[in-house]
Design a protein around this ligand. Structure first.
Ligand SMILES: NC(=O)c1ccc[n+]([C@@H]2O[C@H](COP(=O)([O-])OP(=O)(O)OC[C@H]3O[C@@H](n4cnc5c(N)ncnc54)[C@H](OP(=O)(O)O)[C@@H]3O)[C@@H](O)[C@H]2O)c1
Length: 295
């Protein structure tokens, strides 16, 4: 495998959306490893040599990175299912139209484009979806991602789509709330019919760093090894805390107002390419949950 250092001589790494959870963590890792990286921000007044302004809600036609780009990773966009559902036209302009326009222009200037996608490109009716299963989104967020995937992969230059399931950062806010309540003997109400197959943020960053170095093309999927409900996760957290298990009082997400389309029965993805081509196996879901409990 070629090292990231060898590849950077062919251009810098551009992270589109460097203020986000994933983009920010990856930028920090690359900078720590001494790799030249430029990130984009949509927060005016915070620009610097390694932070350039880019707003996908504006006109991105003609946008140019100030340095030559070897690999561009697109992490920016509206990533909340509810936001895409509520403002489909507006989010589509940023998540689809501007993203595709930017990806095409970066590819035309010689960059290898990597885009982050989601298990939501599938309807959740079957576990461990394969990379070549036909997409079947049932949410607006999933439809937007599926459309960008299609546009990117049908281009003439090699590019990469990374489908992610739930990504758990350290101090995951929901778990923090559970810990606070359980520690004060207050009941919590996790969903018993909402599943996740999480991977830790650290693992996802490792995958992306390897991908940027290798420029593996096509679809790469990152997923935990199984689906667990949020109620399962809450029971696990309560056990780790030594809290009273009676305080975990699961509820239905549908009864709580979440649309059924946002609660797929399965979220797992097949991760064979991850193992065979990147030499990485996702840790089991409980280890991923452990990392999200770290202070
Ligand atoms: N996290 C997950 O569990 C997960 C799972 C599957 C897929 N993904 C995908 O991975 C990608 C990154 O996810 P994330 O968790 O890092 O998301 P995030 O924390 O919400 O970060 C998204 C970033 O996009 C930026 N952004 C939003 N609208 C923008 C616009 N109009 N122009 C420019 N930038 C804009 C945000 O800027 P501000 O910081 O200024 O708001 C933010 O920095 C997304 O495409 C998401 O769909 C994430």
């Amino acid at each position: 495998m070629r090292s990231t250092n060898q590849k950077v001589s062919e251009g810098s790494i551009l992270i589109v959306g460097a203020d986000g959870t994933i983009g920010g963590a990856l930028k920090t890792k690359l900078e720590r490893d001494g790799i030249p990286v430029v990130g984009t921000t949509r927060r005016p007044g915070t620009e610097s040599r390694s932070r350039v302004f880019l707003d996908l809600a504006g006109n991105v036609d003609g946008w140019k990175c100030p340095v030559p780009v070897g690999v561009a990773l697109i992490c920016a966009g509206v990533a909340r299912i509810a936001d895409c559902e509520r403002a489909s036209a507006e989010t589509r302009r940023a998540n689809v139209e501007a993203t595709v326009c930017l990806a095409r222009s970066l590819a035309a200037s010689g960059a290898h484009v990597v885009m982050l996608s989601t298990n939501q490109v599938f309807d959740g009716s079957r576990p461990r979806r394969q990379v070549d299963d036909p997409v079947s989104p049932v949410t607006e967020y999933g439809r937007q991602k599926a459309e960008v995937e299609g546009q990117l992969l049908s281009g003439t230059t090699p590019s990469t789509v990374v489908r992610l399931t739930k990504v758990l950062p350290p101090r995951f806010p929901l778990f923090g709330d559970w810990i606070k309540d359980l520690s004060c003997h207050v009941a919590i109400h996790p969903f018993l019919d909402l599943v996740m197959s999480p991977a830790s943020l650290a693992f996802v960053v490792e995958v992306l760093a390897r991908l940027l170095a290798q420029r593996t093309a096509g679809i790469i999927q990152v997923s935990g090894d199984r689906d667990v409900t949020y109620a399962d996760a809450a029971h696990y957290v309560a056990r780790r805390l030594g809290a009273d298990p009676q305080l975990v009082q699961p509820r239905s997400c549908v009864d709580s107002g979440l649309p059924e389309s946002a609660a797929p029965r399965h979220t797992t993805l097949d991760t064979r390419r991850l193992r065979d081509e990147l030499g990485l196996n996702p840790p089991d879901v409980w280890s991923a949950i452990d990392t999200a409990l770290l202070p």
